[in-house]
Design a binder for this molecule. Structure first.
Ligand SMILES: Cc1cc2nc3c(=O)[nH]c(=O)nc-3n(C[C@H](O)[C@H](O)[C@H](O)COP(=O)(O)OP(=O)(O)OC[C@H]3O[C@@H](n4cnc5c(N)ncnc54)[C@H](O)[C@@H]3O)c2cc1C
Length: 525
């Protein structure tokens, strides 16, 4: 590789400029950080699309203990209680950080923070911005702050394809810059690499995620040998707006928090018969109930007419605009909805400081699996996790001594094109690895993933996606129980004891090859 294509990064290298990447860079300052991303910081990833806000027990009548209880209840016995305690305790300090960076949270007339209520939260504890614009506004503020911070170097327009290794540790990231014949391969070299690459939603045919959230970070980490935890736990948002768009616009949970109800085409409310909390039941329960209604031939709608009505345009401007552009007036008409792949609880296995199983490699935000969410994420806990772990990763890296890299053993990838996820891959994920799964369907998905992988002809970007998909499928096959977001029609009960599913890509390959199952326990950090 030519030396003019090698960029030495003093300090830390962060891949991803969503909330997790930008916040980590700001918490590292004045320790140097280079942030690389495909799109413009502040406008990329799921972060800019977040509608509800961030959960934190800030009200006088609320407590971190109550927030922790709700998180654990939603997680279906799969949360790590120590991590839940740490995150819910640290929440108020991280919200204070955001306010310090300039986040314009909505406030009441007396100046205190206005707190919203969302499904499965026992109290109003969601900080939000202009109703449903939390993600866009917080991302904007953090990006502006990062641009003005001398220790942060922002590099946009780079598509990362592979981790670089040196003497048994992660030593940087290979990324493509430019398109077609003008593209070139660049090595960003750093002794501390942090992935903040977001989720995997776009591996599914129906998703609320931007199309860049296609599991490439997870795949790159897995291809380099990192341990991946609980990849089978993929959350479907119950109320994506079903107007045939890809990605599907979201109707935030906060609408149901304000009293909107789910009805079928006859006006029948079906959730009260499914769960005592009706529309405010945990996400997996609501999503599966809608899925079953649709499977039985019904159409499902979110009826906001009575609960929100004329307040809609001011209170939920993003959802309102999405509805109006599809010819629906949500103040006067029920909104057609269906579940869509939304959030990945599984991810790169990390410890309490965001360290992965590979030396020199950390993960933060949605691409990580910290043990917070268990089998089902509680609404508005994901941005919170990104903040709390972003701060911890920054502390950990600032406190460690970076080794010298020699740069002698860094073979660059042979191919460096990048392609969108193949349609056949997205369809098999949606058909066989969504709200209800069974062994036959998962085997079909594994066979299709292997076929796409063979056809990839060594192209790393595609191999990253197939690696992520294979891990979801192999972990789903290995988990012979139903828990949270993972529902197996052939194993409908939960096991008495939860065992974390920690797999390397080699484990997943073995499962795909022989369809044997692998379960391993991971020591809680
Ligand atoms: C519509 C929607 C609404 C949501 N609402 C909420 C909410 O109200 N509250 C909440 O807590 N959570 C919400 N979530 C979830 C939350 O937004 C995400 O979990 C969170 O934003 C993830 O942040 P992140 O920084 O980890 O990843 P992202 O924000 O997704 O950022 C990932 C970054 O990695 C970059 N990247 C990825 N792969 C590569 C590559 N190969 N090369 C270069 N760059 C790469 C991307 O360009 C991007 O910059 C919502 C999600 C969606 C989709």
């Amino acid at each position: 590789m030519r030396t003019d294509n090698i960029i030495e990064c003093p300090g830390a290298l962060i891949l991803g400029a969503g909330l997790a990447g930008l916040f980590t860079a700001l918490k590292l300052a004045p320790y140097p950080a280079t942030v690389i991303a495909g799109a413009r910081p502040g406008h990329s990833g799921s972060s800019a699309w977040a509608q509800g806000g961030i959960a934190a027990a800030l009200d006088e009548g609320d407590s971190w203990q109550a927030h922790a209880r709700d998180t654990i209840a939603a997680g279906a016995g799969a949360c790590d209680p120590a991590i839940v305690e740490m995150v819910t305790r640290d929440a108020s300090a991280r919200i204070a950080d955001l306010i310090g960076f300039g986040a314009p949270f909505d406030r009441k007339l007396d100046g205190s923070l206005a707190l919203g209520r969302e499904a499965a939260h026992s109290a109003a504890r969601i900080v939000h911005v202009t109703g449903d614009r939390a993600g866009a506004e917080i991302s904007r503020v953090l990006a502006e702050r990062a641009v003005g911070t001398p220790s942060i170097t922002l590099c946009e327009g780079f598509h990362a394809i592979e981790l670089a290794r040196e003497e048994g540790r992660v030593a940087g990231v290979f990324a493509r810059h430019g398109k077609g014949a003008d593209s070139r391969l660049v090595l960003f070299r750093s002794a501390a690499v942090i992935f903040a690459t977001g989720g995997i939603g776009a591996l599914y045919a129906v998703t609320t995620n931007p199309l860049e959230s296609r599991g490439e970070g997870l795949g790159m980490a897995a291809r380099a040998g990192a341990a991946i935890a609980d990849a089978e736990f993929v959350q479907f948002h119950p109320t994506a707006i079903a107007v045939g768009r890809d990605p599907a616009p979201l109707a935030t949970e906060a609408l149901r928090g304000e009293g909107a109800v789910l009805i079928d085409e006859t006006g029948r409310r079906f959730m009260p018969a499914v769960h005592p909390d009706a529309e405010l039941a945990p996400r997996d329960v609501v999503a599966r109930a809608i899925h079953r209604e649709i499977r039985e031939g019904h159409r499902v709608f979110l009826d906001c007419r009575e609960a929100i009505g004329a307040r809609f345009p001011q209170r939920f401007p993003t959802v309102y605009a999405a509805c109006v552009s599809a010819g629906i007036d949500p103040a006067a008409q029920p909104v057609p909805v269906a579940p869509a792949a939304h959030y990945h609880m599984g991810g790169i296995a990390t410890d309490v400081n965001g360290r992965s199983s590979l030396e020199g490699f950390w993960a933060v935000g949605e691409c990580a699996s910290t043990g917070l969410h268990g089998a089902n994420r509680l609404a508005s806990n994901s941005l919170l996790e990104a903040l709390v772990f972003g701060a911890r990763v920054a502390d950990d890296i600032r406190g460690s001594v970076a080794p010298r890299l020699h740069g002698s053993t860094l073979p660059p990838p042979r191919h460096f094109a990048s392609a969108p996820p193949p349609t056949i891959l997205r369809h098999t994920m949606a058909l066989n690895l969504s709200l209800e799964r069974n062994e036959g369907g998962i085997r079909t998905a594994l066979a299709t993933i292997s076929a796409v992988e063979r056809a990839a002809n060594g192209e790393p970007s595609l191999l990253n996606m197939t690696a992520a998909a294979k891990l979801v499928a192999a972990a789903a096959l290995a988990r012979r129980e139903s828990r949270g977001a993972h529902f197996r029609t052939d194993y409908p009960q939960a096991d008495k004891v939860f065992i974390r599913n920690v797999l390397t890509l080699a484990d997943a390959e073995r499962i795909a090859a022989s369809l044997e199952t692998v379960h391993s326990r991971v020591a809680r950090q």
